[in-house]
Design a protein around this ligand. Sequence first.
Ligand SMILES: *[C@@H]1O[C@H](CO)[C@@H](O)[C@H](O)[C@H]1NC(C)=O
Ligand SMILES: *[C@@H]1O[C@H](CO)[C@@H](O)[C@H](O)[C@H]1NC(C)=O
Length: 206
Amino acid sequence: MAVWLVFLSLLYGFCFCTQTLEDQVASLDAIVRSLDAIVRQQNDNITALLVANNILKQEVAVLHEKNVKDRVRRQSEAFGFTAYLDGDEHIHKGQTLKFNRTLYNANHMYNLNTGVVTIPVEGKYIFSVAIEHYQQQILRCYLLVNGENMIDVIIHADSHSLNTQSSNTAVLGLNAGNAVWVTCDEGHVFGDNSFRGTTFSGALLN
Ligand SMILES: *[C@@H]1O[C@H](CO)[C@@H](O)[C@H](O)[C@H]1NC(C)=O
Ligand SMILES: *[C@@H]1O[C@H](CO)[C@@H](O)[C@H](O)[C@H]1NC(C)=O
């Protein structure tokens, strides 16, 4: 009887031990499985973070580009000038009319010495030309871009009033480096420092 009891208790103990080992293996297996799941999830998370990081990089690049463009635009807001002729001038056909004083010339887009505007940045510009003279003879003047005629001014005084002024305005899409100037046919142009009737103005429109 006692032997049976010992045998049974041993068997029970053995089974118990076996059970315990199986449990341990099973729980270790479960741990490995969950660690494996965590690692896979972390890999997925890392992949997702890399994708998100790339998207952010692209957004930063776009913002950077926009910022550079905005800065260029802010600087270019200052492009504009008004020049006038401060003394009478006899002009020959095709000669550049040099409006030889400026009221305003931001960033020096108008060259006082040559009478030529150099377009600083691509954009939409407005130009206005006013010509005054004190003659009866017809006078025609032209606004040119790179030598190509854009708009014209004509003065034709009648016999009663010699003092005449005409003007014209243009909005033009221009590229950086374009040259803009005014020429006339042969004739006289009135200029004065106190009565500024012969003027040339331009500005970049936003
Ligand atoms: C993966 O990301 C999710 C959401 O951000 C988070 O809840 C989870 O804890 C992360 N998993 C790991 C293993 O880091
Ligand atoms: C501008 O040109 C006119 C006509 O040639 C001349 O009479 C005047 O002295 C010039 N003014 C300047 C500041 O150069």
